[in-house]
Design a protein around this ligand. Structure first.
Ligand code: HPA
Length: 272
């Protein structure tokens, strides 16, 4: 389990590489890392160099922290993230969020590629996360609580900031981007769900299912950050269409929505 000293060491290392002081954190999901290429005056720091960061190996992830400006805001963008299914502990998965908070970041935009469970959604749609369901029998806050980082029993009545969601809806409207809204269910992976599991997930009240985001959002909420979650629905979840799923398709569709996704995030940064 990481301690405050680890967080401080990671923060100080990052601050030794840049004079910029990021205000917004971005976690870029599978196939969505291109956004980091638009960051101006970038300082890119490989995760492998940052003290106490784990190393990610997922395809479609570049594994670096990019600090710079995007549409007038100083951002710290995670190009690639750590997944539970890679074998990282939830402490390792969420450590970068602790470091972002220590850097002074109060607003966190978390993105992902996921499957559409709601049959009125279509591949290529973007979805604003309104709430989540934790289907993984674990929680990143299990273990001793450090009161300096947050409270023992955090309230999750509004994980995904209503204020930021309203800004996102306005930006989407202005840009003529259709933005779905719904509940994201966290599935551990690395297997995709079975058709029966997708039916279960729909019955439980979720609109989308994916293998990330929830641990980071829980830790950000623990740290009292404001969170905005945006999902790229890359495919209909298993069993909805009569066809198998594959990761290449996920990356391909995420790439196809790149223009829309980048436009939305940039507009958001401007409006925040
Ligand atoms: N299920 C879980 N995770 C995913 C999916 C899916 O259908 N698509 C992309 N990530």
């Amino acid at each position: 389990m990481h301690n405050i000293q680890d967080i401080i060491e990671a923060r100080d290392f990052i601050l030794s590489k840049t004079d910029q002081s990021p205000k917004v954190g971005l976690i870029l999901g599978s196939g969505l890392g291109n956004l980091a290429d638009e960051i101006e005056n970038p300082t890119s720091i490989p995760y492998s160099e940052i003290p106490h960061f784990a190393k990610s190996s997922a395809i479609g992830h570049a594994n670096e922290l990019v600090i710079g400006t995007l549409n007038g805001k100083t951002v710290a963008a995670m190009k690639g993230r750590f997944h539970y299914y890679e074998g990282f502990s939830l402490d390792e998965v969420t450590f970068p969020v602790r470091v972002m908070k220590a850097l002074g970041i109060e607003n966190l935009i978390v993105t992902n590629a996921c499957g559409a469970v709601n049959t009125s959604f279509a591949p290529g749609d973007l979805m604003l996360i309104t709430d989540h369901i934790n289907l993984v029998a674990s929680n990143p806050l299990i273990g001793p609580n450090n009161d300096e980082l947050g409270t023992r029993f955090p309230d999750l009545s509004e994980v995904y900031s209503k204020e930021l969601r309203n800004i996102a809806l306005e930006v989407a409207k202005k840009q003529n981007i259709s933005l779905q809204q719904g509940v994201y269910a966290w599935w551990s992976g690395p297997t995709y769900e079975t058709p029966a599991e997708v039916r279960m997930i729909r019955t439980l009240g979720a609109d989308a299912v994916g293998m990330s985001t929830v641990p980071e959002a829980i830790v950000a909420k623990h740290g009292n950050m404001k969170i905005l979650g945006i999902s790229c629905l890359t495919n209909m979840a298993c069993g909805i269409l009569d066809q198998p799923l594959n990761h290449e398709e996920v990356i391909e569709v995420a790439g196809q929505v790149n223009t829309k996704f980048v436009g939305l995030i940039k507009g958001l940064l401007e409006a925040m």
